[in-house]
Design a protein around this ligand. Structure first.
Ligand SMILES: Cc1ncc(COP(=O)(O)O)c(C=O)c1O
Length: 484
């Protein structure tokens, strides 16, 4: 029987030496291995933010089993993926029927035709199943056939998709398809980039920040111990972003680090950096010989002149890597698809190109994104695909407007929401977990406490716009009625 391990969370964990291991206060029952816990895992302070919210949500449901809970918390999308994209994924599975397509003289490149084909195929499959139910099912999916089967693809991603990202997302920015690495999502690439950088680099990040950057830094061993007095890890440069500095760090007060994580539009504050600010950051990185890891996962939400990519800034190719995602852009949170751009001009201090090492990491630690997901990604970047997914993004932006108006009408300072699906609401003088609990208790609405994104998130909550419209309107009613 595997050992049962019950973790206890404690603000002042007792430590003891077991050989070279430092063990936190853990209660174990049963047989133990002789394997030491990774000391870097030991350093991580909290459970990851979102599982903690899930626990509180579960406790709330147990307390109020009849309450209709609305989640404006975790940034998961809810709107269906446009038909043109799902059709492309289904077509990938059905491609064994390509000969039928030519027999029926129907092209497979327009969404309408794909729908027509699916109808005809359904008829064929229906009769096949009548004749032999097992054959029918087996032949319905190309990947189940000798003719339609395909295995590993290129680790870096399908050539057609890399080209489409280069031509559609980066248009005239001169990003080559060979500089684009298709991934199974931005979060996995954050971890792969950390593996690339190793444990000896120094890191700066925005405070508040998307938790994956800091937690992966701690796991890699880049951070020092957690300092209880400041609520920060040692060895990490926290770049405070608040209304006082318009959510952009005062770079004159920031120490030089090897790596600078920057996310725009930002999760959680919803703030998109301006062109001037990003120019300032690129110059700062150049002066210091640093690498910026720029997360543009929410760039599709930008509606003003803010840059959608760091490569819009002259000189960025020598100092920046960009990670991005189809998750919030096309509702692929469950499908899983993203990409990373590593420009050829980005060099280590010894002159070796970073792109070559990243290629090595991708080939060694990742065998390429799902071919079905990539078929969907390609459809997203067609002109009909882009029109359809922009419709969904606009829907979420309207939700964000409703949310921002709701909190403003309650007399609260509201940030973000304009270039982002996230609204960042200020509750001065209050603890954000208390605000989270109060909103949950009074309105049965889940938000995210700003403190979970770093010490500068204290006093704020993040409210996401990824709900169905009726939930957003209902949430707005409840908030206006119960928070006045
Ligand atoms: C800033 C940011 N980057 C990356 C991710 C993860 O994206 P993916 O779903 O592509 O892993 C998220 C998800 O919420 C995010 O907010």
């Amino acid at each position: 029987m595997p050992p049962k391990i019950i973790q206890t969370r404690s603000s002042s964990p007792w430590k003891r030496r077991v050989g070279a291991c430092i063990a936190k206060c853990t209660v174990t029952a049963g047989w133990r291995t002789k394997v030491c816990r990774n000391v870097n895992m030991e350093k991580l302070q909290n459970d990851y933010l979102f599982p903690e919210i899930t626990t509180r949500r579960f406790e709330h449901i147990q307390k109020y089993p009849d309450a209709k809970l609305i989640s404006l918390g975790i940034g998961d999308t809810t709107q269906p993926i446009p038909n043109i994209v799902t059709s492309a994924m289904a077509e990938y599975l059905l491609k064994v029927y390509k000969p039928c397509f030519s027999l029926w003289n129907v092209k497979i490149d327009s969404p309408l035709n794909i729908q027509k084909l699916h109808k005809r195929l359904n008829v064929v499959l229906y009769f096949q199943r009548l004749v032999n139910p097992y054959d029918g099912l087996q032949y319905s999916l190309a990947l189940s056939t000798i003719e339609g089967y395909s295995g590993y693809g290129a680790e870096q991603g399908q050539q057609a998709l890399r080209k489409a990202i280069s031509e559609t997302i980066y248009r005239d920015l001169g990003i080559k398809d060979t500089e684009i690495f298709v991934s199974d999502g931005a979060q996995s690439d954050i971890a792969r980039l950390q593996m690339l950088l190793g444990s000896n680099v120094t890191v700066a990040l925005q405070d508040p920040t998307f938790p994956a950057y800091i937690d992966t830094s701690v796991i890699m061993g880049q951070a020092g111990d957690f300092q209880e007095d400041s609520d920060k890890y040692g060895n990490i440069e926290y770049m405070k972003c608040s209304p006082a500095n318009f959510f952009f760090p005062d770079l004159s007060t920031i120490s030089r680090t090897d790596i600078i994580f920057l996310c725009s539009p930002n999760n959680p504050t919803g703030y998109a950096v301006s062109r001037e600010q990003l120019k300032e950051l690129v110059e700062f990185a150049k002066e210091n010989g640093s690498i910026i890891i720029y997360d543009s996962s929410y760039s599709a939400y930008i509606s003003d002149d803010s840059p959608r990519s760091i490569f819009e800034i002259p000189g960025a190719r020598e100092v920046a890597i960009e990670i991005s995602s189809f998750s919030k852009f096309a509702g692929f949170t469950g499908v899983r698809l993203g990409w990373t751009v590593v420009p050829e001009e980005l060099l280590y201090s010894n002159g070796y190109p970073v792109v070559k090492d990243f290629n090595r990491i991708v080939c060694t630690c990742f065998n390429g994104a799902s071919n079905i997901a990539q078929a969907g990604g390609l459809a997203c970047l067609s002109s009909e695909g882009l029109t359809a997914i922009h419709g969904v993004v606009n829907f979420y932006k309207e939700n964000a407007e409703i949310i921002a108006e709701t909190f403003s009408s309650l007399g609260l300072e509201v940030y973000g929401g304009k270039n982002s699906p996230y609204t960042w609401v200020h509750f001065p003088g209050q603890k954000s977990w208390d605000v989270f609990n109060e909103i949950l208790e009074k309105t049965h609405i889940i938000t995210v406490p700003g403190r979970g994104f770093g010490p500068a998130g204290e006093g704020f909550i993040r409210v996401g716009a990824f709900g169905h419209r009726d939930s957003i309107l209902e949430a707005s009613r409840r908030l206006k009625n119960h928070l006045r």
